[in-house]
Design a protein around this ligand. Structure first.
Ligand SMILES: [Zn+2]
Length: 242
């Protein structure tokens, strides 16, 4: 399956030298990380609030205990490994074909695969800071802490993850926009592009090739040269870096 599409993608990649990859939750689900927004029955049985409610700034401030129960359980998947999509993208960067990755994921799997220029629009579970003194803590410390993780100064630790009601980091936005506007090819993968303001980033692209690889239909209508309705890892795995 997808032979023709994969061939077309190969031709596009061969013709490109400044690829930007824009990725969403679908890139991580293939590493076994559930999309927390796709709340199923289990979530509702265990938690009284919707995932969107829990992962909001006001909820974090008001009920840090409940926030961390959900966050550690559902969002901190520390044993996840990079999948073929992450690995191929890292390989493309190393070969000088890919200039940046812009991701909505917070799991750090692109860096784990070896990618260097990664714009994490929604932050990372691997960065955590004390709200009182600013001291840094890694993901393991947070995950292994009992209840609400506390700093040695007594302050509450907050993940460097963009919660609902919070704005994106300006520097990250600027870097991502710059990379996209200079790209010759933009590959959008594993996202339905519905999460504002990520969807707007695509408008900055003015390069040659626009490709969408996503298992389900992409909500925002993008005029892609090539659309592949398949799992991203399955497709990228077959691409040769040359
Ligand atoms: Zn502190």
């Amino acid at each position: 399956m997808y032979e023709k599409e994969t061939e077309q993608l190969q031709e596009i990649i061969d013709d490109s030298s400044r690829i930007v990859f824009f990725g969403g939750a679908g890139v991580s689900t293939e590493s076994g990380i559930p999309d927390f927004r796709s709340a199923d029955g289990i979530y509702h049985q265990k938690y009284r609030y919707s995932p969107e409610q829990v992962v909001s700034h006001s909820f974090f401030m008001q009920y840090p205990d409940a926030f961390y129960e959900f966050y550690k359980d559902k969002m901190m998947v520390l044993d996840a490994k990079p999948n073929p999509a992450h690995l191929k993208l890292a390989e493309l960067e190393k070969a000088g074909k890919l200039s940046a990755i812009v991701t909505q994921n917070i799991d750090g799997l692109h860096q784990a695969a070896g990618s260097r220029n990664v714009y994490e629009l929604h932050g990372s579970i691997h960065r955590n800071y004390c709200m009182r003194c600013g001291k840094f803590y890694d993901a393991e410390y947070v995950k292994n802490s009992e209840g609400v993780p506390k700093c040695s100064c007594g302050g509450t630790i907050k993940p460097d993850v963009v919660l609902y009601e919070e704005g994106l980091d300006q520097k990250t936005i600027q870097g991502a926009v710059r990379a996209i506007s200079r790209a010759d090819t933009l590959i959008i993968g594993g996202t339905s592009l519905v999460v504002y303001p990520a969807a707007g980033f695509i408008d900055y692209f003015s390069g040659k090739h626009l490709v969408v690889i996503n298992k389900s239909e992409t909500a925002k209508t993008v005029r892609a040269e090539l659309t592949i309705a398949a799992p991203i890892g399955e497709i990228l795995e077959r691409i040769e870096v040359r």
